[in-house]
Design a protein around this ligand. Sequence first.
Ligand code: ZN
Length: 197
Amino acid sequence: MGFRKVLQERRIVLDVGHSENDKGAYSRFLGVSEFDYNNDVANIIVKKWDDKRATLLKNIRRDYMSLPDDLNVLDPYLIVSLHCNSFRDESANGTECLYFHKSSMGVKIANEFVSSFSKIGFRNRGPKPVKLGDRGHYQLRHTKATNVIVEPGFFSNEKDCAILEDKELIADTYIKTIKRLLDGKLWIWEKFWCRWM
Ligand SMILES: [Zn+2]
């Protein structure tokens, strides 16, 4: 079944972090919440996407508990969750990407995202494995496809926000990275032998 699906449709979900009711972090530098910001970025990505090798779908969260099931129903090959970081110490900065600690494909894909975002000026904080009790664990543990949580920069850091302000650039960086993943076929292998469950 996995093989037939490779020949049919490859779906990649852009999962907008947080929700209409709980918008996540707010940036005083950008004057926007994580949800509104990433919803815009996801819309730009979907609008610009021109690669026939995969279909991009945007997901808006109903609530956190139903999120993994809602994502699984879409039957994607890859889930890219769009977030931004935030910390009370405003000097904290840089790009991070979270993956489920047992996912060998997750770490590879997370590494592609942080290296892309570091090329447009963010400090590379590296891929971050998520274990039981860590932020994002529930979602990453219960989604069937490889899921990474991308945090290009800090909403609480002025220099990061100067880059984040250019949503086209952020969207283009997501697009470039996803295309590079398709070139490498990294994500197809996961279906056959890298599943952790
Ligand atoms: Zn978030």
